[in-house]
Design a protein. Structure first.
Length: 293
């Protein structure tokens, strides 16, 4: 729904700035839906099977393969520019084999910002989990107007073996527009990948992401747990070419995550996340790390 009518110039400016706010490419390309969560970013955004508090932004189906409910708060600071920062709050609640998820994220500043509210539901049948949801988007340009619309997502996860899991996900299934009056669309993003846990303290994930506007992007990441309360993480992307690093600390039900990425032209991005587990039930017989954050 369009509350105010944009001029062609205003729409072009809003869309261009929105893309710039999500820049992470040394080649000048942009990604619209960047990973949410410090842990997710530290492993290169390879989150297709990652069951944490922010799964509503990546693949809702992944939350059914673990037993812990959680809520989380996330903030990133890009290139020392406040107008490019992102803030998000999300969580999930499990009822038997069904998980209800929700989250809200905001990027930008008072001149131009983008807010999105995501809700989803996921259900597990034996070793297969399916999840879907809807997202409400609002783009605001200061003193000019607000554009609003809805997108839909759907994903699945299959536990192939106790150590190997497959995941797939598609965002914006119906190819929703930013503005119903103009041919400016939110991108369709398709992802598929695997996660593997060769030993208890090592988690490896890899996926292929295809944004409808760009060439495919290969993402991979690894998490290593040398001690019960400490995690080291790293990851990379192929398009754009980028490296990521991070650490995680677990103190009872609290989990603190920090990640960092270096852009060779724009500088550093810092990712900070805090999660709280609502239950003390641990994951069993899952390919995920012992810390299901």
């Amino acid at each position: 729904m369009l509350t105010f009518r944009f001029s062609k110039f205003q729409l072009a400016f809003a869309y261009s700035f929105l893309c710039l706010a999500f820049v992470c490419s040394i080649k000048g390309k942009a990604q619209y839906l960047l990973p949410i969560g410090a842990r997710a970013n530290a492993i290169g955004g390879s989150t297709i099977t990652l069951p944490d508090a922010f799964a509503v932004f990546s693949n809702p189906a992944s939350t059914t393969i673990q037993e812990q409910n959680s809520v989380g708060l996330f903030y990133d600071h890009r290139y020392n520019i406040s107008g490019l920062s992102n803030l998000a709050f999300a969580g999930n609640f499990k009822i038997k084999k069904t998980t209800i998820l929700g989250g809200i994220a905001r990027s930008g500043d008072e001149l131009l910002n983008h807010c999105r509210l995501e809700v989803a539901i996921a259900h597990k049948i034996r070793n297969v989990s399916l999840g879907g949801g809807a997202g409400y988007h609002q783009i605001m340009v200061s003193e000019n107007g607000v554009a609003q619309n809805i997108t839909f997502q759907f994903g699945g996860v299959a536990e192939l073996t106790p150590k190997l899991t497959y995941g797939a996900h598609i965002y914006n299934i119906l190819r929703s527009k930013v503005s119903k009056e103009k041919s400016i669309y939110y991108p369709v993003i398709m992802r598929m990948g695997l996660s593997y846990k060769p030993i208890k303290k090592v988690f490896i994930s890899a996926e292929i992401e295809k944004d409808s506007r760009f060439e495919p992007n290969f993402k991979a990441g690894m998490e290593y747990q040398p001690f019960e309360k400490l995690y080291f993480r790293t990851g990379f992307n192929s398009n754009p070419s980028n490296g990521f690093f991070g650490i995680g600390i677990k103190l009872k039900e609290w989990k603190f995550d920090y990640g960092i990425a270096l852009h060779n032209r724009l500088g550093l991005t810092h990712y900070i996340g805090l999660e709280f587990g609502l239950t003390a039930i641990s994951t069993k017989n899952s390919v995920q790390p012992e810390n299901p954050q």
